[in-house]
Write a protein of this length. Structure first.
Length: 417
């Protein structure tokens, strides 16, 4: 018998939860199993999940194949119907110790093959805490799960449920433990991070959590993952302005640059809101860099609509783009919108956005030459600046440490020092 194998598809939160499942499975004594933690953000992600399940079955003919994650939560029956799959468990169930205790070698016939309950009934975050997930230099801390919003293109709330927050005291205690283990950077993660606190007593905001972490811990670098800029609160802006330990790099959930398309997406911001936020954040922190999610080819998107997304890259001074060709997800309102954009046109538009992003990256890299940076080492020869830019070193540096260095040049998409 062998220890279970885990495959993670999709977001950083999935990777975090895979680590939690590994610990739960090990504690339960699960053996000879393959666990696939799926993603459902696009139809392509679901297709890749099925492809991965079939591959793993071929490579592990005698192992039990267990499927979980967002795709399994949203459509459990279709995965249970796959001949390669032995069990399907939901996003809540995968975080429960009892689920894994039922997955020991003799579980067949005693445990239901499909264990997926109503994710919308879940009101609390799972009680798991992973001390040390990530690289040797950077740890990820889940502070929020789920989403209360219903963007018309998004299936994720049906896989993650409504928004639930981890109490600030629990987060602070975990970061203190991570710091004691030698971590120099922590990244706060969640599905809808700026909704943190809405379900907690007193309804604190994300900025309150950030300020509390920085006040009560000595973590050298605190990083925020993707945020919804329209929900940035006063304390978060204050932290951007006054707290050098909060990294000057924000990834924004923008999705589009045209007001009509944003309304059809049921987003809560307009084009000018995004531009105004970026301008304000950069005034408060001149070295701030932005990444952004942008969708190409949303139904009814015209050439003029798309050009507004192209202009947004410049107007918001975006650097790191995550470009998504629109993918219709059954069960979402957008899937019922007529006037779909031709698939070839979607690919062309996505390629143009990516090219614009590549140009922004090159401009950012060129601007760093000759500057001094504090660089967190992820490997002996590679680290990242505060803006999350990769830096390649000619001589080995201590992994996990923050070193100061002068940027000497650019090599592809990396800086050199």
């Amino acid at each position: 018998m062998s220890a279970p194998k885990f495959t993670t598809l999709g977001c950083r939160l999935n990777a975090y939860e895979t680590q939690a499942m590994k610990d739960l499975a090990e504690a339960a004594g699960v053996e000879n199993a393959v666990v696939v933690n799926t993603c459902a953000v696009t139809a392509e992600a679901v297709r890749k999940a099925r492809q991965e399940i079939r591959r793993l079955r071929r490579e592990n003919p005698d192992a039990r194949v267990i499927v979980t994650g967002c795709a399994a939560q949203i459509d459990p029956d279709s995965f249970a119907a796959m001949e390669e799959v032995d069990a399907v468990i939901g996003n809540t169930e995968k975080m429960a110790a009892d689920t894994w205790k039922g997955m020991v070698a003799d579980f067949i016939g005693e445990t239901e093959a499909v264990q997926v309950n109503d994710i919308m009934s879940v009101t609390e975050t799972a009680g798991h805490l992973i001390d040390g997930f990530g690289t040797r230099s950077r740890a990820y801390v889940q502070v929020q799960n789920g989403c209360d919003h219903r963007c018309t293109f998004c299936i994720i709330p049906y896989g993650r449920g409504n928004s639930r927050s981890v109490a600030a005291g629990v987060v602070v205690d975990q970061i203190k433990r991570l710091r004691d283990q030698g971590y120099n950077e922590v990244v706060l993660t969640g599905v809808d991070l700026t909704s943190w606190g809405a379900d907690l007593p007193g309804e604190p905001r994300l900025g309150d959590l950030v300020m509390r972490i920085l006040k009560l811990t000595d973590i050298p670098r605190l990083r925020i993952s993707s945020i919804d800029s329209i929900e940035a609160d006063d304390n978060l802006m204050q932290a951007i302005a006054t707290e050098p330990r909060l990294m000057p790099h924000l990834h924004l959930s923008l999705q589009h640059g045209d007001d009509l398309i944003l309304k059809r997406m049921k987003r809560r911001h307009l084009r000018d809101d995004a531009i105004r936020f970026c301008e304000e954040a950069r005034k408060l922190r001149p070295n701030m860099t932005f990444g952004a999610d942008i969708i190409a080819g949303f139904p009814t998107e015209t050439d003029a609509h798309f050009e507004n997304s192209m202009k947004l890259v410049q107007d918001c001074d975006l650097t790191w783009l995550h470009v998504f060709p629109y993918s219709s997800r059954p069960g979402t309102p957008a899937a019922r919108i007529p006037n779909k954009v031709n698939g070839t046109v979607i690919k062309e538009r996505a390629a143009r956005l990516r090219a614009a992003g590549d140009g922004r990256v090159l401009a950012h890299l060129a601007a760093q030459v000759g500057r001094d940076h504090a660089i967190l080492m992820e490997a002996p020869d590679m680290g990242r600046t505060e803006q999350f830019t990769e830096v390649r070193f000619a001589t080995p540096q201590p992994v996990g440490q923050i070193v100061r260095a002068t940027i000497t040049g650019v090599d592809g998409t990396q800086l050199t020092a």
